[in-house]
Ligand binder design. Structure first.
Ligand code: ADP
Ligand code: MG
Length: 698
């Protein structure tokens, strides 16, 4: 490992066409043009694009690339690519390696096979991709990858990058507006910073291949509770097994090469569960890098005889996998706006940004919840070690005491000085970072200088949640700026605004244990939304209030929002349809025949025993139980199949139908199958069990 650390600076970003490389490879004029495009949003002319393309190609070829691809993020939440080679025939059987500015800046993949929520139906079934110069190109597996946005010819966003970039722009503008009120004349840009922590499971490839459910649905649809689960708590931060360790080293190296700042590796709570956290970066890069990380995890796992499961709930009975989205805002001089400062004015600024966040999360709790809704995440939220489906903010005791003192004009608060905490006049008392167990149960925890949004599912793109965080923040800051810009006495207006906002929105602040039933009751009393499933949450995605927020800030048009809502609902139904069909298939073709054959063997043995004068009560009872359960399983399997066959059309109807009718039918099939697993000889059971899968890492 020591040797690795020495090589690290050389290795890191070695496959990335980053700023340093651009500085070396481009003329000064082109470099400046790129830089201004990135920092000030100026457009690039074709001549400059040509020069950048040429330099990019030469650099990529020197790294072994023969192809290039526009790399984009369609609404599926995954990434897509279409590779073209640099090769151009020049006649006489010769070729040259060529890549033009036009090819760099704009590509035309056929958009017809990506979900568009009906957006494309009115347009030509094609879209185009356009270079995102704010995210660096990189070389991976012989191809130059060019991060791009993806939109239709009439400009509708068909991807997850374009709206994210728009949301970063609006939150920057609104935050700068607020900074001006505090006398900051320097800051030009405020950037949303994100550090996503990624959880995943590893499973032995040989075992994985024997499970149709893992292969087709990414999660186990059957499996009795294993004798050992995560109760030993010895896995968390425990010793990493050699084969896993080799995988992690390899993964880090691959991530570093493409510029992902992978920092930590440790075991998670469940057996065979792990986490990778990168060092945070701007939200756009973080999103690209998280997509890359998920892809590389799967590829590298394969090299080590593992399969990497990124599903939110691969296994019942143990923790699921999430993604913690650490989010903050920082100025172009690197100041974190969520860091309590050392001066009264910095603190007033901090409290104002905090108030905007608190108000935003309260007003858009249902929207934030909807951005993490998926069939997979439904199994996780509210279950083992995952936040409940109710949104709340954890501020910790110190900061909550400050907020309470402000709300109540609490004269006793600052007891050392015996005076009220006055915004803009006093410094805040020290705010200690609160990392208690209560903190870990919160869906949105303030962790000293950032918020940690913990409801995200492990497999989802982080784009959606960050789009909403950025945009709601922009909206609240704009409202504040409107009010404060008009005020005669800024300090007074500021104080009363902060006090009013905390008073009106304190219901969203909760520092207790989020896992308890008492909290769910209390939350209901407070009027907080408890959207337990995707079916309940997704309609919020397209509610009038939430659509209005996005439209107001130019993030999406109404059509784009509706399209996105439709894609999510459609996806929910599609996932459950695959799961249901896979269950039917496994039950009919694997479980029932295997158990039946096993029961026949036992029945034969019973006959032999009886012939020898023994009672054969063990075998007889077993045969009867297996017989009863297989009959029930066969019934429930047919019922599930019929339920699947009668699914309605229409995104919303189908979503509710799958939630209300298909899920319960699936649960019944599983119940009988799992009972059979417990009674059946391990050798006879048709696929690896939970014990095999969860403890297969060594
Ligand atoms: P914890 O262990 O409490 O979750 P870490 O220090 O490990 O906290 O950070 C978790 C993630 O948060 C990392 O990806 C880290 O880079 C990121 N992070 C740290 N500070 C910030 C910040 N100001 N804004 C956004 N993300 C941050
Ligand atoms: Mg965390």
């Amino acid at each position: 490992m020591e040797k690795d650390l020495e090589k690290m600076p050389e290795l890191f970003g070695s496959m990335v066409f980053n700023e340093e490389t651009m500085k070396e490879e481009l003329s000064e004029a082109s470099f400046t043009a790129w830089k201004e495009c990135v920092t000030e949003g100026k457009t690039l002319d074709l001549a400059t694009a040509n020069e950048i393309a040429e330099a990019m190609k030469q650099w990529a070829v020197s790294k072994g690339a023969t192809h290039f691809t526009h790399w984009f993020q369609p609404m599926t939440g995954a990434t897509a690519e279409k590779h073209d080679s640099f090769i151009r025939p020049t006649g006489g059987g010769k070729i040259i390696m060529e890549f033009s500015g036009k090819e760099l800046v704009k590509g035309e993949p056929d958009a017809s096979s990506f979900p568009s929520g009906g957006l494309r139906s009115t347009f030509e079934a094609r879209g185009y991709t356009a270079w995102d110069p704010t995210s660096f190109a990189f070389v991976k597996e012989d191809s130059l990858y060019i991060p791009t946005i993806f939109c239709s010819y009439s400009g509708e966003a068909l991807d997850k990058k374009m709206p994210l970039l728009r949301s970063m722009e609006v939150v920057s503008n609104s935050a700068v507006r607020i900074l001006r009120l505090f006398g900051d004349t320097e800051t030009k840009r405020v950037t949303a910073q994100v550090g996503p922590e990624q959880e995943y499971f590893l499973v032995d490839k040989k075992l994985y291949n024997q499970r149709e459910d893992l292969r087709l649905a990414g999660r186990t649809l059957f499996g009795a509770k294993p004798p050992r689960g995560q109760e030993m708590e010895d896995h968390y931060f425990g010793m990493i097994k050699p084969r896993v360790s080799a995988f992690m080293e390899d993964l880090d190296r691959e991530l570093w090469k493409v510029g992902v700042l992978s920092k930590t590796k440790h075991n998670e709570v469940a057996p065979a569960q792990h986490e990778m956290a990168p060092i945070y970066s701007d939200a756009n890069t973080a999103c690209d890098h998280n997509q890359l990380a998920m892809e590389l995890m799967k590829k590298v796992a394969d090299r080590h005889g593992f399969v990497c499961l990124i599903h939110e709930k691969p296994y019942e009975y143990v923790n699921g996998s999430g993604k913690h989205d650490n989010w903050s805002l920082s100025t172009d001089s690197g100041e974190n706006l969520f860091k309590p400062g050392k001066t009264p004015s910095k603190n007033a600024r901090f409290l104002l940004f905090l108030a905007a966040f608190v108000k935003g999360v309260d007003e858009y709790q249902d929207f934030l919840r909807a951005t993490v809704a998926s069939a997979g995440n439904d199994h996780r939220l509210g279950a083992q070690e995952a936040p409940p489906a109710v949104m709340s903010i954890f501020l910790g005791d110190d900061l909550t005491a400050v907020v309470d003192a402000l709300i109540n004009d609490d004269k006793s608060y600052h007891d050392s000085k015996k005076k009220t905490l006055e915004i803009g006049v006093d410094v805040l008392p020290e705010i200690r970072q609160d990392n208690t167990d209560r903190n870990r149960t919160s869906p949105m925890a303030f962790t000293g200088n950032k918020f940690e949004f913990r409801m995200l599912g492990s497999s989802q793109s982080i784009s959606g949640p960050n789009i909403v965080l950025n945009t709601m923040m922009a909206d609240e800051l704009d409202q504040f700026a409107d009010e404060l810009e008009k005020a005669d006495d800024f300090k007074k207006a500021l104080s009363s605004l902060i006090k009013r906002v905390f008073t009106e929105h304190k219901r969203i602040i909760f520092n207790g244990n989020g896992y308890t039933d008492e909290w769910i009751e209390e939350a209901e009393k407070r009027g907080l939304a408890n959207l337990k499933s995707s079916a309940e949450a997704l309609p919020a995605y397209v509610s009038e209030k939430n659509e209005a927020l996005m439209i107001r800030h130019g993030i999406y048009t109404k059509e784009e929002m509706d399209a996105r809502g439709a894609v999510h609902m459609e996806n929910y139904a599609a996932v459950l349809n695959i799961e249901g069909r896979t269950m039917v298939d496994m039950s009919k073709k694997q479980i029932l025949p295997a158990v039946s054959a096993y029961a026949a063997k036992v029945a034969k043995r019973a006959e032999l025993k009886k012939g020898a004068g023994a009672s054969a009560s063990y075998e007889s009872t077993l045969v009867k139980d297996l017989g009863d359960l297989t009959d029930k399983l066969a019934d429930k399997t047919s019922a599930l199949e019929k339920t699947l066959d009668s699914a309605p059309e229409g995104d919303k109807e189908a979503m509710f139908y799958f939630h209300d009718s298909v899920l319960p039918a699936m649960a019944e099939v599983r119940e009988y199958a799992d009972q059979l697993e417990v009674l059946t000889d391990k050798e006879a059971w048709p696929f690896p069990t939970y014990s095999d899968l969860l403890f297969s890492e060594r």
